[in-house]
Ligand binder design. Structure first.
Ligand SMILES: *Cc1c(COP(=O)(O)O)cnc(C)c1O
Length: 401
């Protein structure tokens, strides 16, 4: 046996368990693969040498392609490099500028920028909750929240999606915990429906709990100047921890937490995903500040997004496609099984539509779906074409079943 063959054999046996697990994932249609894509203006994307209509973007307002526009100076570009942890020598003044702007927008005393939403949720939950505490989380919350709870050591108690009565029953049984926290998303990332924030605020008062709201998919779109769903409902000051991200509607990158100054001081001292990591390159703060300005100065983007979303949801329902309880620009086309969902996704790609299959564990078993998302930059004709393609893909699926 040659050395190369020997090494190959050894590598195969060393990783046999990985190969077995991946093979199982393939057989249950849960295997995931990277695909190379380039976003294009106008709600489009290039892949495999083709141009497709992008119905799976989080760049809902089409801002990401605006960020590189005119107005950047050579001194801005010097901000592209890394610095250090913010508590060492990485606290560039642009962090303060961004944090002041976010706090004002969110009607909070202060805010703190994290490198991304995943790290923000890990940091918030592991800093605020601990052994002896309970975190009551909606069943559909994002993986970063679930991981943050696990890291915190607190008891993770799930309540049925948006079911306030279920949550109340669980809270009523939870007297033994030292502190209690409720965590939800604003607009749910895989369902496109809104959390019952008014009821959650009432419950958190009644049970003296801390309320954490992740506005990753609602900030930049809802509320005054895109301040978010809580602000739109007059609840910004009632939400103890307002978390959000710059990587979705803002089209840039990073995340924030807004709340009382004491909360922010505490997180600076204890959130490990804040303390022990290199600060974002200051240029990213400039991008995020510019994104905040674009949202405020170009309200047509939000209007167009809401128009497109309302048209598309109504058309999907009228055609009898199951889009759950969506009230937003995230429109899940719920299909059920992994295999059918993958087949539908492929049929849509073949018709020039980028739409991805979302499968367990991202969604519950039996809840596989095509997560369709609208953009402000989609034209009505794009959406009409998409609806035709969706009907055709649905017809193909029913013939095969
Ligand atoms: C995307 C997302 C995050 C993670 O944010 P990143 O900045 O992408 O790390 C957190 N929470 C929710 C609900 C999200 O959709």
């Amino acid at each position: 046996m040659s050395i190369v063959e020997h090494q190959e054999t050894e590598s195969r046996s060393r990783w046999a368990w990985l190969r077995d697990e991946l093979q199982q994932a393939r057989e249950s249609c849960r295997y995931r693969q990277l695909r190379s894509l380039t976003p294009l203006p106008g709600g489009r994307v290039a892949a495999d040498g083709r141009e497709l209509l992008n119905l799976c973007s989080n760049n809902y307002l089409g801002i990401s392609e605006e960020l590189a526009g005119p107005g950047w100076s050579a001194s801005d570009l010097r901000l592209a490099g890394a610095t250090a942890s913010r508590l060492v020598v990485g606290n560039h003044p642009s962090f303060g500028e961004l944090e002041t702007a976010v706090a004002r927008l969110k009607e909070a005393e202060a805010s703190l920028v994290f490198s991304c939403g995943y790290m923000a949720n890990l940091g918030i939950l592991s800093a605020l909750a601990g052994r002896g505490d309970a975190v009551y989380a909606d069943r559909h919350v994002h993986a970063s929240i679930i991981d943050g709870i696990a890291l915190s050591g607190a008891r993770h108690i799930r309540y049925r999606h948006n079911d306030v009565d279920h949550l109340r029953g669980l809270l009523a049984k939870g007297d033994e915990f030292r502190r209690r926290m409720i965590v939800t998303e604003g607009i749910f990332s895989m369902d496109g429906d809104a959390a019952p924030l008014v009821d959650l605020v009432r419950l958190k008062r009644e049970f003296d709990a801390v309320l954490i709201v992740d506005e990753a998919h609602s900030n930049g779109v809802y509320g005054q100047d895109g301040a978010g769903l809580a602000q739109e409902q007059g609840l910004a000051r009632e939400i103890d921890v307002q978390m959000g991200t710059f990587g979705k509607a803002y089209g840039a990158y990073g995340a924030y937490v807004a709340g009382d100054q004491l909360l922010i001081d505490y997180l600076i001292n204890t959130a490990r995903s804040f303390l022990f990591t290199t600060a974002l390159p200051p240029l990213v703060n400039r991008l995020n500040l510019r994104a905040l300005d674009i949202v405020r100065d170009q309200p047509w983007r939000r209007r167009q997004l809401f128009d497109n979303a309302a048209f598309f949801r109504a058309a999907m329902r009228q055609r009898g496609h199951n889009i759950g309880a969506s009230t937003s620009y995230i429109v899940p086309w719920i299909i059920g099984g992994e295999r059918e969902t993958l087949a539908v996704s492929k049929a849509l790609w073949d018709r020039g539509i980028a739409a991805v299959a979302i499968r367990p564990p991202t969604v519950p078993a039996g809840g596989s779906r095509i997560r369709l998302s609208l953009m402000a930059t989609h034209q009505r004709a794009d959406l009409e074409y998409a609806l035709q393609a969706i009907d055709a893909a649905a017809g193909q699926m029913h013939r095969q079943v």
